[in-house]
Design a protein around this ligand. Sequence first.
Ligand code: PMP
Length: 289
Amino acid sequence: MNAKALCWINQVIKPAAEATVSVFDHGLLYGDGIFEGLRFYHGRTFMLEAHLERLELSARAIALELPYSVAHITVAIEQLIEQFDSDTGYLRLVVTRGEGSLGIDPRKCARPALFIIADELSVMDIDDNSQGIKLHIAQTRRLPAQCLDPQIKSLNYLNNILARIEANRAGMDEALMLNLDGYVSEGSVDNIFIVSDGVLRTPRLGDGLLAGVTRAVIIDLARQAGIPCEETSLTLQDLAQAEECFLTGTGAELVPVKQIGERVLAAPDIALTPLLMQRFRARIDEYCG
Ligand code: PMP
């Protein structure tokens, strides 16, 4: 654990190492809870409204009432950022069903618990993202929406973790998951984009992926830049023919992919990825500057 990490819990901010939750918390016992991850740059959050909106959506979807108002949470976030010893970092907002007796029934928990961690972040453990990462095509399929709506950012990430374990075993950096129909869905913690014939393409939400906040920013930036962009079903064949590929996420930001499965991508003559990376950084500076 990073010694600098802070945690807002029960209305106070303390070193994260000193923050505790009960072993009877249903977030821990059953993964019954939700979370959001967001970044701050230059002391300001990036896309806070979108993340809080998604938090509320996740809460509603699992019949969980947020224990504090969005305004209260916003103030807590501001206080955390102010006390964190760097003006750039990552925030993890977690809401659990709270402490209850053993047994899955959420009615056993009197009050949901909320805590927020501020920390540094390096989600992709690779030395130089600009070189690109290696993407493993996982055997583990993304859970269909009929089983667990991918828009719920729940505390149960085992589906994604199983895919990441496969990637780790294959000596690759990240896992790509297909849906049950064999269409490309998303990475274990990020969304995927490809470029083919000058067109930016990303899986449509109906293919069982989280509507990433970063994904939406990239689509917007592409449209602004006049780059044709499609949200559409993608097959493994599309990946095999892609000229460029990158992943997006709050943790990942925008990370180029240099290898998909066995295939190493050749550097294209005119690459869109660096252009979008540049525009993404400019958007951050504009928003948080
Ligand atoms: N898909 C999954 C499964 C994720 O966990 C994340 C990270 N929140 C993303 C996509 C990317 O979403 P965002 O850009 O909102 O961080």
